[in-house]
Design a protein around this ligand. Structure first.
Ligand code: SAH
Length: 477
């Protein structure tokens, strides 16, 4: 080990920064966060440092550095833009046994600064001992991704309750086990999802009722898995997928996403094929309740977003009735995902000032959509589950005033390597379904923005059929 990692308490301690440019500015920001008492010595400073001096966060001495300046400091940052000057300052500091960091010059320093992940009071510092700052930053980014932003709040909650836990348990082993359970269980999840009062209450209950047995405490995560591309998962979705004990999933969740679930998690298929539900909704609600009551961490994984045609509301209302802790994690809904990957902006200053998400799922053959509201120019319509009723949709939009040549697209398996975009208009769209063997999941987008696909398309795993459709039916007049 070439360096000893330490965390210095420099709160209200005099620290000196020499230099007033961008490099110095970065060091100053760091020292400000650590609440040091900062003096800056430089003939000139950036506007940002000016502001900090104005606010009283730093004291600026407008002068050139001289060795005498060092006498009141134990920690110095040599941060001028001149490497030689920094090295000289560092040499003088070392002679006086002052801790000094010289910017970008590890050999002149007697301490170096790590890359930091700050979830105060939790901090993670990464260093390669100066070998490769880029490598350190890359590693930092990876850790950043898997460290929930609310870790600081969790640490604070633990700190606030530490004494009470200490009083409750006599052995260190019991305390350790207790905190492990808290950190990996619903209390932590409540903190991560921003429910601090509920977290405190649950922790309090856990402290009061903990009688050395491991009481099971289940919870449910209602998670949106996005439209298919695993890269579109949220950090939180991925983290919960990796800690769930059991996963209740839909048909729409892609194989690649399923592969990211913790390997030993139990998988339960909840189906949801149109008109052929593998499990009726009521049974799914009850299943979630039962699994959570068994003490399991239950992940309810849904395609897209759970609150967009996902029946998420119904599922959590049962959980509320049964007082089961839960959280809802949004996902990228099919409209957003498919539109982005098809190069069809859902709104556009010239073409569309509003966007409507509608369901095209027709129960018992009737359509109860508000056609008056839908059939307007300058807006975009997105139909989920619109394949079966496509004929009815197109006919009604035309009947209520939209031009037959209004551009419309079918996006099949959007965002995946199998994505197919089929371009047409309100007249020909139903025929294109058979012609191109279009199958669910497919999204229907109607409106002038659709034509932008021709110029804005960028993701194209399979040749799409824009050309033939336009050639056959002609451009819109
Ligand atoms: N909760 C989901 C929607 C569920 S309804 C969401 O927010 O996306 C199911 C419908 O969503 C499908 O019939 C289809 O119209 C659409 N859909 C979902 N994923 C899709 C995808 N990858 N490509 C195209 N359409 C998709």
């Amino acid at each position: 080990m070439n360096y000893l990692p330490v965390f210095l308490d420099i709160k209200n301690k005099p620290c000196l920064v020499i230099g007033g440019g961008q490099i110095a500015s970065r060091k100053i920001s760091l020292l400000v966060r650590a609440q040091a008492e900062i003096t800056v010595i430089a003939p000139e400073i950036t506007p940002e440092i000016h502001d900090q001096a104005h606010d009283g966060a730093v004291t600026w001495r407008q002068k050139r550095f001289s060795a005498d300046d060092l006498k009141d400091y134990q920690l110095v940052m040599a941060a001028t833009d001149n490497r030689k000057v920094n090295a000289e300052i560092a040499a003088q500091c070392k002679q006086r046994n002052i801790w000094v960091n010289a910017a970008d010059d590890v050999h002149s320093c007697n301490f170096i600064l790590p890359s930091i992940i700050d979830r105060s009071p939790v901090q993670i510092a990464v260093s390669t001992g100066g070998a490769s700052p880029v490598l350190a930053r890359t590693l930092r980014a990876k850790l950043e991704n898997c460290t929930p932003a609310a870790y600081g709040r969790l640490a604070k909650l633990i700190e606030d309750n530490r004494l009470r836990v200490k009083e409750k348990f006599s052995s260190t082993e019991q305390k350790r086990k207790f905190w492990e359970k808290i950190i990996q269980g619903p209390v932590a999840e409540l903190v991560f999802s921003g429910q601090m009062d509920a977290a405190q209450k649950l922790l309090q209950e856990a402290i009061e009722h903990e009688d050395h047995r491991d009481l099971p405490q289940g919870e449910v995560y209602l998670v949106g898995a996005g439209p298919g591309d695993p890269d579109l998962l949220t950090f939180r979705a991925l983290r919960l997928m990796q800690q769930a004990d059991v996963v209740v999933y839909d048909r729409l969740v892609s194989r690649e996403i399923m592969d990211l679930i913790r390997k030993d998690a139990e998988l339960i298929y909840a189906g949801k094929e149109r008109a052929q539900h593998a499990l009726p909704q009521e049974s799914i609600n009850q299943l979630l309740v039962r699994l959570a009551k068994e003490g399991k961490r239950v992940l309810r994984l849904k395609g897209g977003d759970p609150f967009v045609f996902g029946r998420g509301g119904e599922e959590i209302s049962t959980l509320i009735d049964e007082a089961i802790p839960f959280q809802v994690v949004p996902g990228i809904t099919a409209a957003a995902g498919c539109a982005a990957y098809a190069g069809i902006p859902l709104t556009h200053r010239q073409h569309s000032q509003a966007v409507i998400f509608a369901t095209g799922h027709l129960s018992d053959g009737t359509v109860n959509l508000n056609w008056e509201m839908l059939a307007h120019e300058n807006q975009t319509l997105v139909f989920y589950m619109g394949l079966q009723g496509l004929e009815v949709i197109c006919t009604n939009l035309k009947k209520h005033g939209l031009a037959p040549a209004t551009p419309a697209a079918l996006i099949m398996q959007g965002t995946t390597a199998q994505q197919k975009v089929i371009m047409g208009n309100l007249d020909n769209l139903p025929a294109l379904v058979d012609e191109h063997d279009v199958k669910p999941p497919t999204l229907v987008i109607v409106g002038d923005v659709v034509q932008l696909h021709d110029t804005l398309r960028w993701f194209n795993p399979e040749e799409d059929v824009t050309a033939s459709a336009v050639r056959f039916f002609g451009a819109r007049t």
